[in-house]
Design a protein around this ligand. Sequence first.
Ligand code: SAM
Length: 243
Amino acid sequence: MSQNVTPYKDSGLGKKEQVAQMFDTISGNYDGLNRVISFGIDVKWRKKVLKLVADKNPKTILDIATGTGDLAILMAQTSATEIIGADISEGMMEVGRKKVTEKGLDSKIKLVYGDSENLPFEDNYFDAITVAFGVRNFETLDKGLAEILRVLKPGGVFVILETSVPTKFPFKQGYNFYSKNLLPLIGRLFSKDRSAYAYLSESASVFPHGEALNNILRKIGFIEVKNMPQTFGVATIYTASKQ
Ligand SMILES: C[S@@+](CC[C@H](N)C(=O)[O-])C[C@H]1O[C@@H](n2cnc3c(N)ncnc32)[C@H](O)[C@@H]1O
């Protein structure tokens, strides 16, 4: 499963350390790469996540696996007064902190070191929690999701945006061609770290999506679990809540 797919297989490090190292390495190229590999469509998906969260009028928001902070920054458009982005890659957050400062959002958004599998926050604290393209990088998915449930307020909203794999012809075939041939090529153009881009496409192809991820969320204890495939199923937005 996803735990076995790692960026630097022979490094002797655990998945978490490998993932943090990989994102530290590619942090300078990450934003540009993101726009290119999704043809810019990720911006549209992120705005949908914003609307789902904004509709709940949250005061406190946690964006886990915040990376360079794009989603946390977007969340400043909600009614929230406290937005925390947490990540295990200081390199990614360094890029994000500069963006937060440039946008004059330092008083509202803090990017802090935080491992989803051991979150440094009290129980039932956040009105809304988001994770964009992060859950498939967790070392132990169940542990990460259980921690998210712990810090979410009862009645709060949890939104995941994650890559998924189209299941219908011809999108399935188109996606396979793209991820096996074009994605590695784009990766090579953007960075010398070939393993990183091989990991990005390999981890996307094996990660549970759709009803499989819905069932994992339900098993952890989330309620009102729903998935909304985006753009022929190349990404999916999941929403869930807490009793
Ligand atoms: C593909 S990036 C996504 C960044 C950002 N959310 C976005 O939408 O662009 C995945 C991020 O997940 C972070 N990550 C992986 N495992 C994590 C964990 N256990 N806890 C917190 N962050 C984690 C990585 O360091 C990386 O910054």
